[in-house]
Design a protein around this ligand. Sequence first.
Ligand SMILES: Nc1ncnc2c1ncn2[C@@H]1O[C@H](COP(=O)(O)OP(=O)(O)OP(=O)(O)O)[C@@H](O)[C@H]1O
Ligand SMILES: [Mg+2]
Length: 187
Amino acid sequence: MIKCGIYERYHWATFENIEKRGIPEKQAYSKVLAYVQNLEQNLKNGNGLILKGGVGTGKTTLAAAVVQHMIRIGNTSCHFVPLASLLDEIFSRKGDDQKEYIHQLKNCKLLVIDDLGQEYGEGWVQLKFENIISERYNRCRSTIFTSNLSAEKMKDRYTERIIDRFRDNSDIINFTGRSLRGQLRAV
Ligand SMILES: Nc1ncnc2c1ncn2[C@@H]1O[C@H](COP(=O)(O)OP(=O)(O)OP(=O)(O)O)[C@@H](O)[C@H]1O
Ligand SMILES: [Mg+2]
């Protein structure tokens, strides 16, 4: 089955299954669901999302659900990747293999970049990453970011130029609850 980069831990994550398990972040959930209900138009306009908040609040789960929905409706031009792995892949691939990977990142209709701010390369890798974001922005390609970073920390880590592109065409959705991981352990 095609999963477009979604890790095994999140294979269960469809809107249907999340609803079955109970929706802890109702407001955030409704906003992401609304994005999916208008997916065709959102992809056409290059609209994306920034899912932002504390650890374990369900951001990656919902981002994975968007990708799974897209696959289910027959559109596999989507890719899910943690930022650290994206940078790693760019760095370790060479020649045509690297070109092909970067081409996919720049062009797919929906790119989920998980854990923005967790890792950030320097020099050449950073330039490549910023170039991918710029290209996607210019080509009206939708990007969903998940992040634990506050607005201030985001400013420390990324250039104003790149933050401006993150924000444009992206709804910021805040996850405010406690970690679901902790709650699950407590059961
Ligand atoms: N609706 C839900 N019901 C029960 N458990 C859930 C639900 N949504 C997510 N979880 C579980 O909660 C845990 C944390 O979810 P997730 O990884 O999506 O959080 P996150 O916000 O991305 O965390 P981090 O910021 O640490 O990356 C996961 O183990 C996930 O399976
Ligand atoms: Mg996460």
